[in-house]
Design a protein around this ligand. Structure first.
Ligand SMILES: Nc1ncnc2c1ncn2[C@@H]1O[C@H](COP(=O)(O)OP(=O)(O)OP(=O)(O)O)[C@@H](O)[C@H]1O
Ligand SMILES: [Mg+2]
Length: 324
């Protein structure tokens, strides 16, 4: 394969969406809330939590594709409005971000109350039926400055005034942020986690293996488990990815690139071992590499390890993980 063909294969792979279980649960819940609003005008709100790389922004893009913008003779219609909450959000920066997405040519100008009024008017004019706030952990509800302090209250009032369903997507700590604002907390009583490891029938490593195989089916090369067998490879994948789709995808994309460059015609443990060191953790060598035969079968969540405690999502123990 030449460089262009390798690039195209990787790009196609990157753009592929896989309906893995927590992603489907979350998408269905979002769609159900839109359908409920369309039928009854009732606005239910949703909190979607997941560690970095679990697919929150991808879910927003997927929803946007399902409910695309369109033009009428007199207006642009935006069924779903997706806004990324700016770091250390203030009311002014939040209002500007919303106005920008609504196509206001002067999104940054005006007083806070003028901007807020424009957000509400434009949401109605553009027939917005749902607002998704990505990176919602950036909401500084009880920050040090007065501008931070009121963002939560402002959002609550905005949600009430627009009257449309909303989704807050963010890192698990968002839950704690909402905890301090009772009124927001009440509105977001439904919470969904995007992490693998919530199934009653499958272990987390079986889910990782399923996701690996589904993603792998989009590649031009076959997957192999080598001497490990599929079950054990699933377990190793769990430790290598912490059960996050982003890392499983990285392992596959890097393995594919190396395989195509070196004319290897399958993706198996030795390529995955190399990909783990190249893409996930450069210190992950020997027994610290989940695809190495000497790997110690433990979470890589100690200090300076890739999934250091506090940064992983599901908190669930694999059934094969040793209890120390
Ligand atoms: N359903 C899916 N199918 C295939 N790939 C996916 C899916 N969901 C997410 N991904 C891939 O996982 C990677 C990370 O996804 P994404 O950026 O959405 O995560 P995130 O939760 O928003 O992370 P962060 O908190 O760091 O912003 C991307 O490469 C994306 O393509
Ligand atoms: Mg994101």
């Amino acid at each position: 394969m030449n460089f262009k063909e390798i690039f195209d294969a990787l790009q196609r792979f990157d753009e592929e969406y896989i309906p893995f279980p927590p992603f489907v649960v979350a998408v269905d819940a979002v769609k159900a809330n839109i359908a409920l609003f369309r039928e009854t005008g009732i606005a239910h709100h949703l909190l979607l939590l997941g560690e970095s790389g679990t697919g929150k922004s991808s879910l927003c893009r997927w929803i946007e594709q399902q409910y695309p913008r369109f033009k009428l003779p007199d207006r642009d219609v935006t069924p779903v409005l997706i806004v990324s909450v700016p770091p250390a959000a203030t009311i002014a920066s939040m209002a500007s971000a919303l106005l920008e997405k609504l196509g206001d040519p002067a999104a940054a100008s005006g007083t806070v109350s003028a901007k807020t009024a424009r957000v509400i008017t434009l949401c109605r004019a553009c027939r917005v039926e749902m607002i998704l706030f990505d990176e919602a952990q950036h909401i500084h509800d009880r920050g040090k400055s007065a501008t931070h302090y009121l963002v939560g209250d402002w959002l609550k009032s905005l949600i009430d005034q627009t009257g449309v369903p909303t989704v807050f997507l963010g890192l698990p700590r968002l839950e704690k942020l909402l905890q301090v604002n009772e009124q927001l907390r009440r509105r977001f009583s439904r919470r969904i986690r995007l992490a693998l490891g919530q199934s009653d029938k499958d272990t987390i490593h079986a889910e990782c293996l399923q996701l690996f195989r589904s993603l792998g089916s989009c590649l031009p090369l076959p997957l192999q488990c080598g001497s490990y067998g599929w079950d054990e490879l699933g377990m190793r994948l769990y430790y290598a990815s912490d059960g996050r789709v982003a890392y499983i995808k990285k392992l596959l994309a890097t393995s594919l690139r190396v395989a195509l460059e070196t004319e290897i015609n399958e993706i198996g443990p030795s390529l995955l071992e190399q990909a783990f060191t190249e893409e996930i953790w450069w210190e992950g060598l020997g027994k610290l590499n989940p695809f190495n035969p000497g790997f110690g079968f433990r979470r890589l969540d100690r200090g300076n390890e890739p999934f250091e405690s506090g940064s992983f999502g599901n908190g669930r123990r694999s059934s094969l993980e040793p209890v120390c």
